[in-house]
Write a protein that binds this ligand. Structure first.
Ligand SMILES: *Cc1c(COP(=O)(O)O)cnc(C)c1O
Length: 405
């Protein structure tokens, strides 16, 4: 079938909750994808950083195939022989004592919210002589956040479209400006149990906070016995040039939320990781997921982390990211307001008077570079971290052409 026919059928029978670029992909390898007409593109989105290891990395594919022939799903009603190893690996990487596996990012964020609230009721509020009644726990979040699409999560979004028509929303969240640590200090009350933050706002338009922000926030959290919860679903696992973006400020959060690249571009795998003091608030029956922690997911997770560790992808992201960013900054174009990024999470902000980023992404696609606009004005470049210098050069040539209009 040709592209236009596939697009017609997809749109005819599907919900219109996305507005994809008109490219129909059928094959992928490394940083490259091919459409049904045989045209080749570079994937500069990496499925929102779920493909840090590139398309179909051989080690992950091999491990997955092997596991497909053994055992795939058990539910957590029984033990399986792979989950323990996966948990241990995540704990070693995050330097946390425990992890809890889920599937999608949003589910992991929901899991974090449950864990942090219950920690508040069982631990924090108890220490304060139970001054705070049950069901009063507050979690502080930031404006311009993106943590997923469940009703609870969109309820504390500042993006009106994410919320419109989907209320009523869960209470218990307080919004403060991002990149403003005094706002955090002022927002904390006796009821505050956690501060949920992205070390870099990805969907929000690649917003990098001032140096020191995360460290200051962590200090404020410590002083007030509030948990610092880092949503590293997009920024974690090498993307920004460190294993976790919090490492840029030597911050160790009380809890990591991971997803996306944890599934190696194959399968949804997410988790939270934290110390026992928090994780042990969960008792049998408190929380669960039919698919979370299944043996196939565990094997995919292990292989995905092994590739990131063995190829030292954080370092590659830093080196290639610096190279890419420097050259992007050299582009002289009336369209560009700012080029910013860290590691291989890079955004070009388009001047408002020149229109939105969407037509630029469409032109880039025609040139063979797949990128997606985020927040109207920003073109995001986030290729697989396995990208080679020559491949960046290939992309730069085309990006320059499009911006040099
Ligand atoms: C993508 C993303 C999520 C949601 O993950 P899903 O797997 O799409 O549910 C949450 N937080 C951040 C920072 C993300 O980038």
């Amino acid at each position: 079938m040709r592209s236009d026919e596939i697009i017609r059928v997809t749109d005819a029978f599907g919900a219109r909750n996305y507005l994809p670029l008109p490219v129909v992909l059928e094959r992928g390898e490394g940083v490259w994808v091919w459409d049904v007409e045989g045209n080749k593109y570079m994937d500069m989105l990496s499925s929102y950083s779920a493909l840090n290891q590139g398309h179909r990395h051989k080690d992950i594919i091999d491990a997955t195939k092997k596991q497909l022939d053994r055992l795939t799903l058990t539910s957590r009603a029984f033990y399986n022989d792979k989950l323990g190893e996966f948990q241990k690996k995540v704990c070693e990487l995050t330097k946390m004592e425990k992890m809890l596996p889920m599937n999608t990012g949003a589910e992991a964020v929901e899991t974090a919210i449950k864990a942090v609230r219950k920690w508040g009721y069982l631990r924090k509020f108890k220490m304060q002589n139970a001054k705070c009644k049950m069901n009063n726990a507050e979690i502080i979040v930031c404006e311009n956040n993106f943590h997923g699409r469940t009703t609870t999560i969109v309820g504390f979004s500042s993006e009106s479209q994410y919320k419109f028509g989907f209320g009523p929303f869960a209470p218990g969240f307080k919004m403060i400006p991002y990149n403003n640590s005094s706002a955090l200090k002022n927002a904390i009350t006796d009821n505050t149990v956690g501060f949920l933050v992205e070390p870099i706002q990805g969907e929000g338009g690649i917003i990098i906070p001032e140096p020191g922000y995360l460290r200051e926030c962590k200090k404020i959290c410590e002083q007030n016995n509030v948990l610092f919860i880092a949503d590293e679903i997009q920024t974690g696992l090498g993307r920004t040039g460190r294993m976790f973006a919090c490492e840029w400020e030597d911050v160790k959060p009380d809890m990591y939320i991971l997803g996306k690249a944890l599934g190696g571009g194959i399968y949804p795998v997410s988790c939270i990781a934290c110390n026992s003091e928090i994780m042990d608030v969960f008792t049998p029956g408190d929380h669960g997921s039919t698919f979370g922690g299944n043996p196939l997911a565990a094997v995919v997770g292990i292989a995905s982390l092994d590739v990131i560790i063995n190829l030292n992808l954080p370092k590659r992201a830093e080196e290639m990211g610096n190279y890419f960013l420097e050259d992007l900054k050299k582009i002289k174009s009336d369209y560009i307001k700012e080029v910013r990024g860290r590691g291989l999470l890079i955004g070009i902000e388009v001047k408002k008077e020149k229109g939105t980023a969407r037509p630029i992404c469409e032109r880039l696609a025609k040139e063979g570079v797949l990128a997606k606009e985020t927040h109207e004005q920003v073109v995001r470049f986030a290729p697989p971290l396995t990208i080679e210098k020559e491949e960046i050069d290939w992309a730069l040539e085309r990006i320059k052409k499009v911006f040099g209009l």
